[in-house]
Design a protein around this ligand. Structure first.
Ligand SMILES: [Zn+2]
Ligand SMILES: [Zn+2]
Length: 273
């Protein structure tokens, strides 16, 4: 892809947390895009220890951070990532991580967000009891490759980025709470998830809009109404994939990639009410 519009262009990566290591290689390799870390104070967008809550969705926050990096650097392209962690939305007894990437191309009016839910997260916390063995929790949290935060009884962080046993035993008194430190550079599981998402972003940016040649052409929606194989009436099944351009709003539909062209009568409101 020698003629990609982003070859040799520079994009601001708004980050304090060393995410360039995960984000830059796929974008450089696939598009020739040069990712430049820009140190901005991302704490105003919500802090990882929860002392400043995030307002707005992860996608809106990622785009706002990307624009802040562009403003600080003067570059016309911006990237930022945002992580959310908590109980898994569908699976009981599990935590999930959601990574979101935002990409802004001010000149083309392009804004893209991608996100991925991952069960592979070490997100967890543990209240320290007197005389207890912490090893099972530490193993689950991936310590010391993954760092921890120690919070006092008042809920405020006493120390962050703890990645060695000497420091941990100094702070982990009974009554304190241990939490996984979810900042990307202290969390190899997150870095891997961000890297995978950056590869998806590179793949989507490599596709150019057939109408205006803006990068980022890809699926934006689906078309429902897959016909029933027995009676032919429209069902809620997906009939086609809709690709779109977020810059010029051009859209095209294409057949499902799995080749399915009809719905089972069991999924038809007419045949199986
Ligand atoms: Zn377009
Ligand atoms: Zn039917």
């Amino acid at each position: 892809m020698a003629d990609h519009p982003y070859r040799g262009q520079r994009a601001a990566l708004a980050t304090l947390h060393g995410k360039a290591r995960a984000l830059a290689p796929p974008l450089q390799r696939r598009l020739g895009l040069i990712v430049e870390p820009v140190a901005i104070d991302t704490d105003s967008f919500g802090t990882f220890t929860g002392s400043t809550p995030r307002t707005g969705t992860a996608a809106a926050t990622a785009l706002a951070k990307a624009r802040a990096g562009m403003a600080a650097s003067g570059l016309p392209l911006g990237i930022a990532s945002e992580g959310s962690f908590g109980p898994h939305p569908w699976l009981p007894f599990g935590a999930a991580g959601v990574e979101t990437l935002g990409f802004v191309d001010a000149g083309r009016g392009l804004e893209l967000t991608l996100s991925a839910v991952s069960r592979r997260t070490n997100f967890a916390h543990h209240d320290v009891q007197h005389g207890e063995d912490l090893e099972p929790f530490l193993a689950r949290a991936g310590f010391p490759a993954h760092a921890l935060v120690v919070k006092g009884t008042d809920g405020n962080a006493m120390t962050t980025g703890v990645a060695d046993r000497a420091t941990l035993s100094r702070f982990a008194e009974p009554g304190t709470r241990l939490e996984t430190d979810m900042r990307a550079h202290l969390n190899p599981t997150r870095m891997a998830a961000i890297r995978a998402l950056a590869a998806r972003l590179a793949t989507q940016l490599a596709c150019l809009c057939p109408a205006c040649t803006c990068p980022g052409w890809g699926q934006t929606d689906v078309e429902r109404g897959l016909p029933c194989s027995s009676c032919g009436s429209a069902t809620q099944g997906v009939q086609a994939i809709i690709d779109g351009c977020s810059a010029c709003r051009h859209q095209q539909s294409r057949p499902r990639p799995d080749g399915v062209t009809a719905a089972e009568p069991a999924n038809c409101d007419w045949c199986n009410p």
